[in-house]
Design a protein around this ligand. Structure first.
Ligand code: SAM
Length: 261
């Protein structure tokens, strides 16, 4: 049920699809989607020309949803049948794979990592998965997209899910920390059955949003160089008002393997 609700919420996010399709077209090679969730980006990556897609996520339920999504799209299903799509349950902080990729994507994932130390671990792991000069795209909410104050419990949205109706409420408590904005996000999801009975699903998340500068410093620590940065999927420049913080990082050819003995 939670995975289904996850899709109900995340399927509404479409403004980044063309951006990732274009990156798949440019790199035209194997792509690794780190924290792929239910594979929301796979269809775009296939259509962009990714030769192979490896999706890694820490949630088995979301990977099951990814399988359903793959089966529902003819082109993606054909790619899977050709062995060009691979899913693996794993932690992005320790992710490994025998292939080396020209493109790695970490979309909406950094906020779920514990903080700077975990982020560096994840960037180092991603760096090791890249070919020399391969690209890692880190995509998170930018300074202008973050709530400027705490948000009291209120209704976020109400949507149909089959013959049920879903009402999502949330409240949010923010705290500024040296490493960025920490957010306690509590959601209350009511699934209203056709007969009026309600299943209430509470959930809580601790999220972390580094400033763009802090994010770039952490990437540099992992020996990734900033190639470019955007403040939106329409390629607006990144600044203090940007809704998104999208940093395109390149593996330097000369760097060592940090932490690898
Ligand atoms: C907001 S979702 C984004 C999913 C997908 N990238 C997208 O853009 O639709 C964050 C995802 O990161 C995954 N995740 C968070 N921390 C992780 C970790 N340490 N290792 C693997 N996956 C993780 C979650 O399971 C979830 O699927």
């Amino acid at each position: 049920m939670l995975a289904e609700l996850y899709d109900l919420e995340h399927d509404a996010v479409t403004e980044d699809l063309a951006f990732y399709r274009e990156w798949a077209r440019r790199t035209h090679h194997a792509t690794i989607d780190l924290g792929c969730g239910s594979g929301r980006l796979f269809a775009e990556l296939v259509r962009g020309g990714a030769r192979k897609i490896v999706g890694i996520d820490g949630s088995a339920a979301l990977l099951d949803r990814a399988l359903v999504r793959i089966g529902a799209d003819e082109l993606v299903k054909a790619a899977r049948d050709d062995g060009r799509i691979e899913l693996a349950l794993g932690d992005v902080r320790t992710a490994r794979h025998p292939l080396r990729f020209r493109l790695a994507i970490m979309a909406g994932v950094v906020a779920h990592l514990g903080g700077p130390e975990d982020a560096v671990r994840a960037f180092v792991a991603a760096r090791r998965l890249l070919q020399p000069k391969g690209v890692l795209i880190v995509d998170t909410i930018g300074p202008g997209g973050l709530p400027p104050h705490d948000l009291p419990l209120s209704v976020d949205w109400e949507r149909p899910m089959g013959d049920r109706r879903v009402v999502r409420r949330s409240r949010l408590v923010r705290s500024e920390a040296p490493e960025g904005l920490r957010v306690e996000y509590v959601t209350l999801t009511d699934v209203v059955e056709a007969d009026g009975t309600i299943a209430r699903l509470p959930a809580g998340f601790r999220l972390w949003y580094p400033s763009p500068t802090a994010l770039i410093d952490l990437a540099n620590e992992a020996e990734l160089e900033v190639e470019t940065a955007f403040g939106s999927h329409d390629l607006d420049p990144l600044d203090d008002r940007s809704e998104r913080c999208i940093v395109v990082l390149r593996r330097t050819t000369s760097g060592s393997e940090p932490g690898e003995n």
